[in-house]
Ligand binder design. Structure first.
Ligand SMILES: [Fe+2]
Length: 259
């Protein structure tokens, strides 16, 4: 995998370009990677072995718009060969998801952890770590081409304080006619589940666009739009890294006094 991490160390020279207020007001913020940094990811994508969506239901759900997966993601999802999380009757849906996530984590190339650890502790998102006097630890990284997750949801529960979606596509400005944007909004809780979901905005997968989401508030929800028919037929690339993260305090752990 060819990401030259030495090149990314210049990241600390970039000026802070992000509006952290959106992240705290709406649970979601967005910014664009500089070309030098998005190109590094594109180089890595070119070296991946991609497995096309062949309709294998053990890996690709029948109703989704995944175009392809890198081979390590394919392996992590293949319920016919992994720990069988999807069919294990003793696991609830959260435990199943956790098990698949664990499989992914064990197979993700380490270079991505290195890259995103530097990126998310850099001035690109200055504010979050400083505000909490914390370090951001990357918990998991998933990668796919295409679209998944069509219904309103939040990404928890779990240990992840923050999630990021990192988009790479063939378009500096993603054509709106292709659909496949990320809608975000707010919801209210009821005994029947979510109600009164209000869409607050849409973010599109422009090349190098990064979305950072607050993952500790279940009322901040999001969903993905379908591809337009044309974009799906033409197999328009929309690569996504989903990076989950935890804030780790830099303060020493307070000791209880001895009594
Ligand atoms: Fe999500």
């Amino acid at each position: 995998m060819s990401i030259n991490i030495n090149n990314i160390n210049n990241i600390n020279n970039i000026k802070n370009i992000n509006n952290i207020n959106n992240f705290y007001n709406q649970g979601i913020g967005s910014f664009l990677l500089k070309k030098i940094h998005s190109d590094m990811l594109i180089d890595a994508l070119k070296e991946e072995v991609w497995v096309e969506n062949d309709g294998n239901k053990n890996v690709f759900c029948s109703d989704n718009e995944f175009l392809s997966l890198p081979d390590w993601m394919y392996k992590a999802h293949d319920t016919s060969t992994n720990t069988g999380a999807d069919t294990n009757p003793y696991l609830n849906e959260y435990e199943k998801e956790f098990t698949i996530k664990q499989n992914i984590k064990n197979l993700t190339p380490k270079i991505y952890f290195d890259y995103f650890s530097i990126l998310f502790n850099s001035p690109y998102i200055l504010g979050i770590d400083k505000l909490f006097h914390s370090k951001i630890t990357v918990n998991s990284i998933a990668l796919w081409n295409g679209v998944g997750d069509f219904n309103w949801h939040w990404d928890g529960p779990g240990n992840d304080d923050i999630y990021a979606l990192v988009y790479l596509s063939d378009y500096k400005k993603w054509p709106r006619k292709f659909g496949a944007g990320l809608e975000y909004g707010t919801a209210q809780m009821s005994e029947q589940g979510y109600k009164n979901i209000k869409q607050k905005g849409v973010l599109y997968p422009d090349n190098g666009r990064i979305i950072i989401g607050e993952n500790r508030n279940p009322l901040w929800v999001h969903r993905t739009q379908h591809y337009s028919e044309q974009a799906l037929n033409d197999k328009i690339n929309r690569f996504t890294f989903l990076v989950t993260m935890k804030l780790t305090s830099l303060l020493p752990i307070a000791r209880l006094p001895d009594y």
